[in-house]
Design a protein. Structure first.
Length: 468
């Protein structure tokens, strides 16, 4: 069962959008591609009778259950908004609804198909492999596209309109840096640094400013994943990682300049400048937010017209009061979520992103004996995934599109399952320690009686966040 997750990850990260995903699909009211089929298969398998070797935790993690329930009510709210909205398109309704449900479906698969703690580490391994593969695919794609670009006709959109899943490369890069800084690695140090640099360059090569913002904040957040007593020494390593990544980036920029026959450094600097606040040099100077801010404001204005349900799924265009098309619909996933499904839509996505960060940190803090690699790795991957998508969603169409939504939801589901297993092991350990203190051991070293173990519990609302 667990093996179904691997092809979902690899195909989501590596399959070409035009040559595979969009080419091999069927139309049944909406386009159904290979990823949709794999999600359907994963859902089917996840509801089958549980295997005997599955570690029992007696109940689903409460945050996972509440998230699924909120998504269900958000879907109802968004669908009611669609009924009330005369501007929706049936084809787009099915497509956008599918995109919205990709996160909870993937989360359910991730939760249902992880049975043992050792599979948590395997998920981290295959996630990293998918991220590295995506980075390589992007760089090879970049090399092929470079032949279409000349010094006098440089269309950045042609280079950064990616066929693959670049966001997973950025998260994999941050995850590898976390392993490097925390000294909890899956590979030797030199290999970890090399793979981190490769994934980092692959993420940055798209010239996507949204990716740059997300990966920068994600890397910076590693500081808060280190236990308090070790932060000072690890902060030095984190600062030292910056020049190492810069070396990889400089090499990547040099290679890109050679491939595209242009001054790629200038292209990169120009796009970086558009992210900087301050006065515009001329009236023609463009900032990164110019093409999106008006659309985000308009989405919020339209949401206020139906504050409980939103405008529903299926909106094809976004227009101002004069009827002019604003473009950039859905280019802030957070405003788009509340625009489509009202407060419940926003809450559902916030539970996933916030839950990844908070539960991931708690997994690291509570790692059994301070060194259980399963929990240290999964806690880091979950927290970094949440932080990445918080900022990625603020700046572009992120997890409201199917490919990022799938590995975002998968990680959330695996994280919740891993946390449930970790809590169960912690509870058993505490129960046994209490039993030993009360009854001691028999002469043969065995327990005098088998203690009755109850399921682990963790508060979700109320006193949920407990810092290190």
């Amino acid at each position: 069962m667990y093996l179904i997750i691997i092809p979902i990850l690899l195909i989501d990260a590596l399959a070409s959008n035009s040559e595979f995903i969009l080419k091999y699909r069927v139309e049944v009211g909406a386009p159904i591609n290979i990823l949709d089929a794999l999600l359907g298969l994963g859902l089917l398998v996840s509801v089958l009778p549980l295997p005997k070797n599955r570690m029992r935790t007696e109940r689903i993690h409460p945050l996972m259950l509440k998230t699924i329930i909120v998504f269900a009510f958000a879907t109802i709210a968004g669908s009611l908004g669609t009924v009330l909205n005369n501007e929706t398109d049936n084809y787009y309704y099915i497509t956008t609804l599918r995109n919205f449900l990709a996160v909870p479906m993937a989360a359910w698969i991730g939760y249902g198909l992880i049975h043992q703690p050792k599979q948590v580490r395997r998920y981290c391994f295959w996630y990293t492999v998918a991220g590295i593969g995506s980075a390589l695919a992007i760089l090879l794609f970049f090399k092929d596209k470079g032949e279409e670009v000349t010094k006098h006709d440089f269309n950045v959109d042609r280079l950064r309109s990616m066929e693959y899943g670049p966001a997973i490369a950025g998260i994999a890069a941050c995850f590898l840096i976390y392993q490097w800084i925390s000294d909890r690695r899956m590979w030797p140090l030199a290999v970890t640094i090399l793979l981190a640099g490769l994934a980092y360059v692959g993420q940055c090569a798209t010239l996507s400013r949204s990716d740059w913002v997300a990966i920068t904040t994600c890397c910076a957040s590693i500081y808060w994943l280190i236990p308090k007593e070790r932060r000072l020494s690890k902060a030095v390593k984190l600062v030292m990682a910056a020049p190492v990544l810069a070396i990889f980036l400089i090499a990547g920029v040099f290679a890109a300049s050679h491939v595209t026959k242009t001054d790629f450094t200038k292209r990169m600097a120009d796009r970086l400048e558009t992210l900087m606040p301050g006065e515009r040099e001329t009236s023609k100077t463009v900032k990164a937010w110019d093409t999106r801010l008006a659309s985000q404001i308009r989405e919020l204005e339209l949401w206020t017209q139906r504050p409980f349900f939103g405008q529903g799924f299926g909106m094809k265009t976004l227009k101002d009061d004069s009827g002019q098309d604003l473009g950039a619909l859905g280019h802030n996933t957070w405003t788009f979520s509340i625009f489509q499904a009202g407060p419940l839509g926003l809450l559902a996505q916030a539970l996933v992103a916030g839950g990844c960060w908070i539960v991931g940190r708690r997994m690291i803090r509570d790692a059994i004996g301070g060194g259980d690699l399963n929990w240290l790795l999964m806690g880091g991957l979950g927290a970094l995934s949440g932080m990445f998508f918080i900022f990625h969603g603020l700046t572009t169409a992120s997890f409201d599109t199917p490919r990022p939504a799938i590995f975002y939801g998968l990680t959330f589901g695996v994280l919740m399952r891993a946390r449930a297993m970790q809590l169960e092991l912690m509870r058993q350990q505490h129960e046994l320690e209490a039993y030993y203190q009360q009854y001691g051991y028999t002469e043969d070293g065995l327990l005098a009686a088998e203690p009755q173990l109850a399921h682990a519990d963790e508060p979700v609302f109320g006193n949920w966040y407990q810092p290190n």
